[in-house]
Design a protein around this ligand. Structure first.
Ligand SMILES: [Zn+2]
Length: 406
């Protein structure tokens, strides 16, 4: 398959990625959980545009809206059923534009860069995909007996809303490519996260006699180094060449009643990032163990741990067909094929539940995502478009009886 495909070298076409990206940036789609003015929030306008652009390319397009104003777009081509299938997903929402130092929705093209909210995360990847997917390619993919599903999801930036909704309904495929800015690295592993709220209970009393009460705030100060020591312990022995070790951020704290009252309650929000081997259950158990010790030492009188959110890690083996296909696509464009892991999270773990192989890939750098002057390099964007085109070309080979996919 590789040999046959390598012999077919399509002409390099002008991908038009920049023009497409300018159109996508012009349509505000800020996540509605952000504090932005309502006229900029929600994915409905982006869904309308994506629906039209995907229909133009020969897809059958459906819009599913589980929550009002929060649509997902599902575009399908090719036979449904048992044939080999490829799913490509990108999220439509962006983070807030409140602190931006550039016009967020009037894309500026300057110095070889395209500036605007979403340029990098992740409208750039959507533009590259749309540029790669012309009618002819979609038809050839279909004629090869393969199913191609393009998914534009809502709500990735605040808890993977669309990915959850769609995969809970069983949307899946043999292979899933999740578009995010990875500097064109093939990401087959990433961390998960456990966000939790720890509540400490003490006993109040007069501020002039702290020894008569139990200060929950003082206990917080005891707890923090204990948690940090645990995090180091979790990282021991399992050094992961693709990822840094587990980490913790103490993101929010609240407690006490008044300056002259011994505080009988305090709470702390923890953002714990987990390597794929470290389970949230173990983390919760270890935290409970530390808190129980504080009770036994009389530093607190009681405690609770509430899970705010659990985000699964991604752990696709490197040796999979999808990683090999992307490697070939990169190499055929003369680009280095780098693969590995990242510390941030994505929609990928949700699709990994319903898809045989799932990886994350796309043009642009996570360093420019969510920034006050978000941009993507135009040359990188074009490269992304060409690599996706090469990758999809592989899927136009006739399906093998064994059900092999690109
Ligand atoms: Zn993103």
């Amino acid at each position: 398959m590789l040999r046959r495909w390598s012999g077919h070298r399509p002409e390099k076409t002008s991908m038009n990625c920049t023009d497409l990206l300018v159109r996508l940036i012009a349509v505000p789609s800020v996540n509605p959980e952000e504090p932005d003015p309502r006229e900029w929030t929600g994915e409905a306008r982006m869904a309308e545009l994506m629906e039209a652009l995907l229909r133009e390319r020969g897809f059958e397009v459906a819009r599913e809206e589980d929550a009002p104003g929060r649509p997902n777009v599902i575009a399908r081509s090719g036979p449904r059923g048992d044939g080999p299938s490829l799913l490509i997903e990108a999220h439509m929402d962006t983070v807030s534009v409140v602190n931006m130092k550039i016009p967020p929705f009037e894309a500026r093209v300057a110095d070889g860069r395209i500036y605007g909210r979403g340029a990098c995360d992740v409208k750039g990847s959507l533009a590259a995909l749309l540029a790669a997917l012309d009618r002819d390619l979609v038809a050839r993919f279909r004629e090869a007996g393969r199913q191609l599903v393009v998914v534009c999801a809502c709500g990735e930036e605040k808890g993977n809303l669309g990915a959850r909704q769609l995969t809970e309904r069983g949307l899946g495929a043999d292979q899933a490519l999740i578009l995010e800015p990875t500097d064109l690295r093939i990401i087959h592993r990433h961390k998960g996260a456990l966000w939790c709220r720890v509540r400490l209970e003490g006993r109040s009393g007069h501020g002039s006699a702290p020894a008569r009460g139990v200060s929950a705030i003082r206990a917080l100060a005891e707890l923090i180094p204990l948690v940090e020591a645990r995090v180091l312990q979790w990282g021991e022995g399992g050094a992961d060449p693709d990822l840094s070790g587990p980490s913790v951020n103490f993101g929010r704290v609240e407690g006490g009643i008044s300056v002259n009252i011994i505080p009988d309650r305090a709470e702390l929000d923890l953002d714990i990032r987990l390597t794929p081997e470290l389970s949230p259950a173990r983390v919760r158990d270890d935290l409970a163990g530390e808190l129980q010790e504080l009770v036994e030492r009389a530093s607190i009188t009681g405690f609770s741990i509430e899970t705010i959110q659990e985000i699964e890690p991604l752990a696709t083996p490197r040796d999979t067909g999808l990683v090999r296909s992307l490697t070939r696509a990169l190499e055929s464009e003369g680009l280095p094929a780098r693969s590995g892991g990242v510390d941030w999270c994505s929609d990928a773990p949700w699709f990994a539940r319903t898809c045989g192989e799932t990886v994350v890939f796309g043009p642009g750098s996570i360093r420019q995502a969510h920034t006050e002057d978000e941009f993507i390099e135009a040359a990188e964007l074009e490269k992304g478009g060409r690599v996706l085109r090469r990758f999809l070309e592989q899927g136009c080979e006739p399906a093998t009886p064994s059900g092999g996919t690109p």
